[in-house]
Design a protein. Structure first.
Length: 273
């Protein structure tokens, strides 16, 4: 049932994005937004996250509902990766979005605690690029203690990846952590080229049925067709959602419409099972 709700919501969000780009927010767009919000609340039962969804709708749906990292990465990372980034600063902080508020209004101790959480998320491959942006903001904080803690965090991240990569026992492990490390944008120049070369080589030993393979190929080549190929090989819908989002970003509405129809048919069929 939950899969059907998420699938229906995805179609609603993508259609909302399409209508927004074509004709801004009209009556139909507002109606779709209301439907999507209701489905989101029914599915996750979280008023705070539903409010966050509305504040940055429709793009927030992809961050709150379609993380690019879940079960496939849990298996080789040997840690349980949450659907949202969990913060340590308070029991009510349930996703990455409140971090932005704490970056602005949080006190020194809250910001220093957030640095620790951000580091933990980055080394586990959770929203790496977004968390690196938060870390860079903290490096420019007016309070010296926060700046120092955030600067030291970069060395922690680098050391953690160096140790983890050196101890990786499986090709998938090795590939994943090289990928996460590159996404931090810490490696520069010749080092970055060497890591990219090792990453390409390690991909040859990753199964064609592993969704990570196609996510990494898309990252290295910037060709979203790898995402579509990955969906066809693995039936991983997150790859398809990412592919559709890339087509939407490039305003390739013809391709988008074609695959939206296919996705709708998939959820229609599964709804009758």
């Amino acid at each position: 049932m939950r899969k059907i709700l998420i699938g229906t919501n995805l179609l609603s969000v993508l259609l909302s994005l399409f209508l927004f780009l074509v004709d801004s927010f009209g009556p139909f767009s507002i109606a779709l937004m209301a439907v999507s919000t209701l489905l989101f609340y029914v599915n996750f039962k979280s008023l705070s996250e539903t409010i966050l969804l509305l504040l940055v709708y429709p793009f927030s749906w992809f961050f709150l509902t379609v993380p690019l990292r879940n079960k496939s990465l849990e298996d080789f990372a040997k840690v349980q990766l949450p659907l949202e980034v969990r913060m340590d600063v308070g029991e009510d902080v349930l996703s990455a979005f409140p971090v932005k508020a704490i970056l602005v209004v949080g006190n020194v101790e809250e910001k220093k605690r957030i640095v620790t959480t951000i580091v933990n998320n980055i080394v586990r491959g959770i929203q790496v690029e977004q968390n690196m942006k938060y870390l860079k903001i903290l490096q420019k904080d007016p309070h010296m203690d926060v700046t120092l803690r955030a600067t030291m965090a970069l060395e922690e991240i680098e050391n953690d990846f160096d140790q983890t990569i050196a101890l990786c026992a499986s090709p998938t492990d090795f590939c994943a952590h090289l990928y996460f490390y590159l996404k931090t944008d810490i490696p520069k120049g010749a080092l970055r080229k060497d890591i990219e070369r090792m990453l390409r080589q390690s991909l040859e030993r990753v199964s064609e049925h592993e969704p990570l393979r196609y996510e990494v190929l898309h990252y290295l080549t910037k060709d979203e067709e790898h995402l579509l190929l990955g969906y066809k090989k693995t039936q991983n819908r997150e790859l398809l959602a990412r592919y559709l989002f890339e087509k939407l970003r490039k305003r390739d509405y013809e391709t988008l419409t074609k695959h939206l129809n296919e996705l709708g048919e998939i959820f229609r069929i599964e709804g009758y099972r």
